[in-house]
Design a protein around this ligand. Structure first.
Ligand code: NCD
Length: 296
C-alpha cells in the first residue's frame, strides 16, 4: 500500500509490509520526536461524533510535528451539514483549506463519501459501527512492540461488543496478517459479524488462561435502538483481579478507552495492563501516519 497522498479509510487497505513500515516510523517518532517535519502543513479535524483521545491525539501529533490544526469538534451542530450540505461538498471545501483531514462520523461509509471529492488525504477516525483504522493500528503497534515483532501463534481474545464495536472489526483485519489465533468473547446478541474466523464463546473465564492479548471493549451504548436493549448487555464482562489471576503472566490487556465498567480499576496497577500506555503509542503512530500521507 502507498501512503503518500492516499486516503486511509479502511484497515482492509493494509498489507503486512506497509504495517511494518508504519510501525518502524512510529518507533522513530518516539526516538527523535519528529523534528518538525510537518512545518507549514495544516490538519483539519472534523468530528461529527464525541471524542476525546482520538481528536486530541491527532491534534497533538500534528502540533508536535510543527504543523498547525484547524478543528471542528462538534460538527453535527456547528457545520454546514446543518444547512443540508453534502459530505462530498464539505470535503471539497475543507481540502482546499487544509493539507490533510481527519474525520469521525456516526454513519458507516460517511468518511469515504467526504473523501470522494477531497484533494487532500482523508483519514477515518471512526465511521459509526464500521471501522476505526487508527485505533486498530495503535493497538497492533502496541502488540508488535510488546512481543518484539514475533506475533505468529499468539492468541488474541476480543472481549465485549463485537457486533457494534468498530475497533474489533478493524483489529481483526490488521492482525490477520500476523498469524495470530482469535477467540471472540461476547454475549450471543453481540457476536462478531459473519466472515470473521475464530473461536466463539460467551464465557471469558473458560478461555482467559489461553490468551496472550486480552483486547477489551466497551458495550457500545449509543448504537442500540433502545436503552432497554443496552441494559440487557451492560456489565456483561468485568475483568477484575480475580480473573487476572487466571491469565498468563506474559499476557497484556489492551482497551481503546473510554472504559465504563468492563475493566475494574484494581487492574490498572497490574503490570500486564497496557491501556494507558497505549495512548503514547497512539500519538507516535499518528505522527508517523500524518508524516507518511503527507509524503515526508
Ligand atoms: C473507541 C471508539 O471511538 O470507537 N474509542 C476510541 O477511539 N479511543 C472505542 C469506544 O468508544 O468504545
Amino acid at each position: 500500500m502507498k501512503y503518500e497522498k492516499n486516503h486511509i479509510l479502511s484497515t482492509k487497505q493494509f498489507d503486512k509490509d506497509s504495517l511494518i513500515l508504519l510501525f518502524e516510523r512510529a518507533r522513530q517518532m518516539e526516538e527523535d520526536g519528529g523534528r518538525n517535519i510537518l512545518e507549514g502543513k495544516i490538519l483539519a479535524t472534523l468530528f461529527f461524533e464525541p471524542s476525546t483521545r482520538t481528536r486530541f491525539s491527532f491534534e497533538s501529533a500534528m502540533n508536535r510535528l510543527g504543523g498547525r490544526v484547524i478543528s471542528g469538534a462538534d460538527m453535527m451542530k456547528t457545520s454546514s451539514a446543518q444547512k443540508g450540505e453534502s459530505l462530498a461538498d464539505t470535503g471539497r471545501v475543507v481540502s482546499a483549506l487544509a493539507d490533510v483531514i481527519v474525520m469521525r462520523h456516526p454513519q458507516a461509509g460517511s468518511v469515504k463519501e467526504l473523501a470522494e471529492k477531497s484533494i487532500a488525504p482523508v483519514i477515518n477516525a471512526g465511521d459509526g459501527p464500521n471501522e476505526h483504522p487508527t485505533q486498530a493500528l495503535l493497538d497492533v503497534y502496541t502488540i508488535w512492540k510488546e512481543f518484539d515483532g514475533k506475533m505468529d501463534g499468539l492468541t488474541v481474545g476480543m472481549v465485549g461488543d463485537l457486533k457494534y464495536g468498530r475497533v474489533p472489526h478493524s483489529q481483526y483485519d490488521l492482525l490477520k496478517h500476523f498469524g495470530v489465533n482469535f477467540v471472540f468473547v461476547s454475549p450471543e446478541g453481540l457476536k462478531m459479524p459473519e466472515g470473521y474466523e475464530g473461536e466463539t464463546t460467551e464465557n471469558l473465564e473458560e478461555f482467559i488462561a489461553d490468551l496472550d492479548v486480552i483486547a477489551m471493549t466497551r458495550i457500545q451504548r449509543e448504537r442500540f435502538e433502545d436503552e432497554k436493549e443496552y441494559q440487557k448487555y451492560a456489565g456483561s464482562y468485568v475483568l477484575d483481579a480475580d480473573l487476572m489471576a487466571c491469565a498468563k503472566k506474559s499476557a497484556i490487556v489492551i482497551h481503546p478507552l473510554p472504559r465504563v465498567d468492563e475493566i475494574a480499576v484494581e487492574v490498572d496497577v497490574d503490570p500486564r495492563a497496557r491501556y494507558f500506555e497505549q495512548v503514547k503509542n497512539g500519538l507516535h503512530l499518528r505522527m508517523a501516519l500524518l508524516a507518511m500521507v503527507l509524503g515526508r
